[in-house]
Every structure is written in C-alpha cells, then in structure tokens.
Design a protein around this ligand. Structure first.
Ligand SMILES: Cc1ncc(COP(=O)(O)O)c(C=O)c1O
Length: 493
C-alpha cells in the first residue's frame, strides 16, 4: 500500500486504544511476499561461504550468519546470497520495524525535500534544518512516553544510554552544587587530569544479565556475557540481581514474589554500600525485559517498587527500551505494561525507532551547551523514515496486530512445550516479544541452526533462550508457519 503526502502524526490515544484491526492495507503492502520459506542449498550455502571468506580477509567477520539480498528480501522474508528464502523471526537483532522494502519506506525519498535532508547531513547540535524543531515534535514527541517532554537524538543504542548517563551525572552534580551553575577553577583543572572534584566518583547501577551497549560507559553497565567486556577497563559501578522467575507464572506466584523481594532488598543494600564508599549511585538503568541476557522478565510490582526505591534514594531511573520499544510488546513502550505511578526519568531507544535517542524529564536538561553533544547527534533522514513507520503502525494498528499475532504464537509455543517438554520450557514474553528456553545451551544452538536449515531465522539470547523478534507486520499466518517449522525442527532433534 502506498501512502502519500504523509502529515499525520501519531496521537498517544491512537496508539494505545484497542482499534479494530483492518489488515487489508497490510495485506496489499505485503502482496509480493512469498507464501513460504524456500531453502535451496545447505545453510550457509556456497556463495555465502565465499563472501564470508572474502569479508574475513578484511575484518573479523565470524559473527556474520548470512549475507542478505536486500533487493529480493520483502516483508517478513529475508533472501540470502544463495537465493534461500527465510521467514525472519529475528529481523536484524530486532531492528526492522515494518519488514523489508515496505513500499511506504521505499517511496520516502521520492520527495525532493526529503532527498535534500538525506544528502545534506547536518551537525545537528549546531546547524539543524529549519524544520528540525517541528520534525522532532511531529515525529518523536508524538510517541513520547507520557510525562517526558524532552528528547535528544543519538546515533545508536549504546550512545543513547551513554549520553543518558552523562545527563544523570550532570543533574546529580548540579544538585550537589545546590543550584550553582558555574564551575570552580579546581573543578575545571582537576577534570583535565581525570581527578575529582571535576571528574567525580559516581556510579550507574545495572542488573545481572542486563545489556546496555558496548561503548565504555554503557559497557560498564552491560552484564550479559564476558565476551563483551573482556580486556576493556571498566568503572567501579554496582550490579544488582534481576529476578529469575519460574514458569508458568500463575503456578509460581509465591516463589516469584519472593524473588522480587530478594532482588529489591539487594538493590537497596547495594545503594547504601556505594554511598558509604563514596561512590554514590546517581542513576540506575534497567530493561523492561532483559533481552540479550536471556529474555528475563520483571513483574509490574517489581518495577513499581524499583521506581519507589529510586525516588526514596534520589537515584534517576533510566528505562532502556532499545530492544523492547516501538511496539513489539503490544504497547509503544514496554514499561507501559507496568502502570508506574509517575513517569521514569529517562526512556532510551534505538533499533525499531531507526534513530537512537532518549526521552527525558526537563529537570535533566543540562544548563550548559555542548554537554550532550557530538557532530551528527542522529540523522534527520532516519526521522523521515520513522515518521512513515509510525504512520503505518497507526493506520494498520500494528500494536493490535502484535497482540493478536502474539496470542497465536504464545498458545502455539505452549502447545509445543507440552509436546516436547524435554526440549522446551518457560514460554514467556508480551505481544510477539516472546521466548522459550531449551534445557541446555548446545541443544538451544542446535534448534536455532536446524530451524534455519528449515527456513526460519531465529535468535538466541542468554544461555538457554530462543527469542522471537519478528517485525510488526508479522501476522497470524506467519506465526502458523513459524510454529509448523519449529515443530518440524523439534521432531528432527
Ligand atoms: C536493551 C539494549 N540496550 C542497548 C543496546 C545497544 O544498542 P546498539 O547495538 O545500537 O549500540 C542493545 C542492543 O542490542 C539492547 O538490546
């Protein structure tokens, strides 16, 4: 479906209301989609192996799984260098919002004004385009989490978190200075040699299993796998336990409440310990569902209590929605499932939002220029695409679709869990943001690899989990194909 002259913005109420879904437009948009995966070679195929060899002569490329043919990939289907057609349930680590080559995105640069925004990439902090304030309001602020009226754009998820940390530290020091805005000569000279008081000791708390990126500050809060952190110096920042629930949730309520309590007590203790050792916790970063670390959920009650704790201790709360944001859980922002009584202080985003960035409360806006800054600070052409993505999400009620497809997937996964209890357990998640565990890492890896051979790209996370991260245009019919091929795969193991 081609939508022209897009000026519509997404109102919050539109995104959140249970609109009855009309997928006719969606069906038209995806009409060229294949009806099924089609695997012609072993995976990886011969051409893929050649390309991998070539790339490895230039860089370390062992992480590459497949080379995409982006001319041929369409909707929910990924076509590789060997012409194999896969149903994509992983979508470039969860970063393709409305499928490959969506016509509404393909037509975005037919417009000369948009082409000029693409080729004249500004240094946004100093020479933004005349329509930049209006574009920020129309696009990013139209889906801002309630109560967060400010937004900064960034390049990626890691630097969104990294810059949110800086804003937290500046806010914290501002409070310690009692509102004094000027810096002392001592602060100015000591920061140049990385010493206090100009470079003060302060910390950001994160959680066991959390993933917040790979730049230096972000990496100090990442706790998912050693391979991300090894050999890099890190800050002395605290880590607290994040709940590990037993499933199904309704059968383990008491145990899981105990687990929440255990974690919250430790959070409070650790904040005290760090205050005592003169390294106060200024901020805390947490994912609404820990993703890279293994799709671990926290209950709404856990998050409500965590926010209360932050408020009591004067710690800024950053919700990292880099992976969960932009709709896959059935709400624009996953934390909206938690009914927090007041907004968090920051919500960071990237991936499906196509631009990195963070929303924040105005008290976190630093009083000086150039403090949250770099050359590009994002890219206006990504907002042109994002505006169209949001338009499609609204017009085609893709949040409703995430819930609807999610229900099909969830009940299918629960059936498979009953059929293959030795291979699958702990089905969990929200919307299509779902996952399940295998009993062991090698079994999990085997399932993912055979699933790919059977025509589905799936993702692993943590030690045991297989995660689903389809695009928002994944329909019940795609869910059925996924479930059939997963069943076939489990039978083969
Ligand atoms: C929750 C979360 N935060 C931050 C990041 C880092 O984002 P990026 O890879 O764009 O730097 C990721 C990436 O997977 C993520 O899942």
């Amino acid at each position: 479906m081609l939508l022209r002259g897009v000026t519509t913005t997404l109102s919050r109420s539109c995104l959140r209301s249970p609109v009855s879904r009309d997928i006719r437009g969606l069906a038209t948009a995806l009409q060229q989609e294949p009806s099924h995966p089609d695997i012609k070679t072993a995976v990886p195929g011969p051409r893929t192996k050649e390309l991998l060899k070539e790339l490895n002569t230039i860089q370390q490329a062992d992480s590459v799984q497949l080379f995409a043919d982006y001319d041929k990939s369409i909707g929910n289907y990924f076509v590789d260098a060997d012409g194999n057609v896969f149903l994509d349930a992983f979508t470039q680590i969860s970063s393709v919002p409305i499928g490959y080559n969506h016509p509404h995105l393909l037509s975005a640069f037919n417009d000369e004004h948009n082409v000029k925004a693409l080729v004249n990439r500004p240094a946004l902090g100093v020479f933004p385009a005349i329509d930049w304030p209006e574009r920020l309001k129309r696009v990013l602020l139209s889906v801002a989490p309630a109560g967060l009226d400010n937004v900064a754009t960034m390049m990626c998820g890691s630097c969104s978190n990294e810059n949110a940390y800086k804003a937290v530290f500046m806010w914290y020091r501002g409070k310690q200075r009692g509102g004094r805005v000027d810096f002392t000569p001592e602060e100015m000279s000591s920061c140049m040699v990385n010493q206090a008081p100009g470079s003060p000791q302060m910390s950001i708390m994160s959680f066991e299993g959390g993933f917040h990126g790979r730049t230096f500050g972000a990496l100090s809060t990442t706790r998912s796998k050693p391979i991300h952190k090894l050999d890099c110096p890190a800050f002395d920042w605290p880590v607290a336990p994040f709940p590990r629930y037993k499933y199904p949730l309704d059968q383990f309520q008491r145990e899981n409440q105990q687990e929440d309590k255990r974690c919250l007590e430790q959070v409070a203790d650790i904040i005290e310990q760090y205050a005592k050792k003169n390294n106060p916790v200024a901020g805390m970063i947490v994912e609404p569902i820990q993703s890279e670390g293994g799709d671990h959920e926290g209950s709404p009650e856990f998050f409500q209590a965590l926010q209360r704790l932050c408020q009591e201790k004067g710690v800024a709360l950053i919700i990292d929605e880099v992976q969960t944001g932009c709709g896959p859980t059935g709400k624009m922002w996953c934390y909206e499932h938690f009914n927090l009584p007041t907004p968090p202080d920051f919500v960071t985003f990237s991936k499906k939002m196509l631009t990195g960035g963070f929303y924040f409360r105005s008290e976190f806006k630093p009083p000086h220029a150039y403090r949250i800054f770099n050359t590009w600070m994002g890219d206006p052409s990504k907002l042109i695409l994002l505006e169209r993505v949001l338009d499609v999400i609204k017009k085609e009620n893709l949040l409703g679709l995430a819930n609807e497809t999610g229900q099909v997937l969830r009940s299918g996964l629960l059936n498979l869990e009953k059929e293959f209890p030795h291979l699958m357990n702990s089905v969990r998640g929200r919307g299509t943001f779902l996952s399940f565990n295998a009993p062991k890492t090698d079994v999990r890896d085997k399932i993912i690899s055979k699933l790919k051979q059977n025509g589905v790209i799936g993702g692993a996370c943590g030690e045991l989990a297989i995660r689903l991260r389809p695009a928002l245009v994944f329909q019940p019919k795609h869910a059925e194909i996924y479930l059939d091929l997963l069943r076939k795969t489990l039978k083969e193991i």
